[in-house]
Design a protein around this ligand. Structure first.
Ligand code: GTP
Ligand code: MG
Length: 159
C-alpha cells in the first residue's frame, strides 16, 4: 500500500501534457506528436523524490472539457497547462471556470506555461492579471529543456 495522490492535468491539445508526463519518468524529450484523443489518459507513477515519502501518483490527462465530470472526483491538485498560443491561454480561462464549479476551494489549481524555449507574443500582463485575480500558483517550463521535474517536485511538495 502507498499513499496515492491524484493529479488532474488539463489543457488544450498540443500544449505538451503527454510530453510532460512521459518525460517525468524517462527524462527524455520527444518531438513526436501523437494526439492522445478525447478520452482521459490515466497513468500511475511511483515517485521517490518528494517530501511525501513514496507516494503513488496518478496523473489524469484531459483535453476535452466535456469529460471533466468523469475525471474530477478525488483530485488532490489540478494543473492547467498552456503553451505559446493565444488559443491555449484563452482555453485556460475556460478550464479554470469549469474546474472551479466542481472542486472545493482548498484543492490547488496550478497554472503551467510550457514551451518557454520558443518565441512567444503572449502578453505577460494578461497572464499576470489572470494569475493574480484568481490567486493561482504559476510556473513556466520547457519540457524540451528538461524543466519538468523541478516544477513537478515543487508542486508535489506543496500538497
Ligand atoms: N519546443 C517545445 N515543444 C514541446 C515542448 N513540450 C512539448 N512539445 C511538443 O509539443 C507537441 C505536442 O505535445 P504533446 O505532449 O503530445 O501534447 P498534448 O497536450 O498531450 O496533446 P493532446 O494529446 O492532443 O491533448 C509535441 O510535438 C511535443 O514534442 C516544449 O517544452 N518545447
Ligand atoms: Mg497527449
Amino acid at each position: 500500500m502507498c499513499i496515492e495522490y491524484k493529479i488532474l492535468l488539463v489543457g488544450s491539445k498540443y500544449v505538451g501534457k503527454t510530453t510532460f508526463v512521459s518525460s517525468l519518468s524517462t527524462c527524455e524529450f520527444s518531438d513526436n506528436y501523437i494526439p492522445s484523443g478525447c478520452n482521459p489518459v490515466v497513468e500511475t507513477y511511483r515517485w521517490y523524490s518528494t517530501n511525501k515519502g513514496n507516494p503513488c501518483i496518478k496523473i489524469v490527462q484531459l483535453s476535452d472539457e466535456t469529460k471533466i465530470q468523469k475525471c474530477i472526483n478525488n483530485t488532490d491538485c489540478v494543473i492547467i497547462m498552456f503553451d505559446n498560443t493565444l488559443y491555449s491561454l484563452f482555453r485556460t480561462k475556460n478550464w479554470y471556470s469549469l474546474i472551479r464549479r466542481y472542486i472545493e476551494n482548498k484543492i490547488p489549481i496550478i497554472l503551467v506555461r510550457n514551451k518557454t524555449d520558443l518565441r512567444t507574443d503572449l502578453s505577460m500582463s494578461e497572464i499576470n492579471h489572470f494569475v493574480e485575480t484568481n490567486q493561482l500558483k504559476y510556473y513556466e517550463i520547457s519540457v524540451k529543456n528538461n524543466d519538468q521535474e523541478r516544477v513537478f517536485i515543487k508542486i508535489m511538495n506543496s500538497l
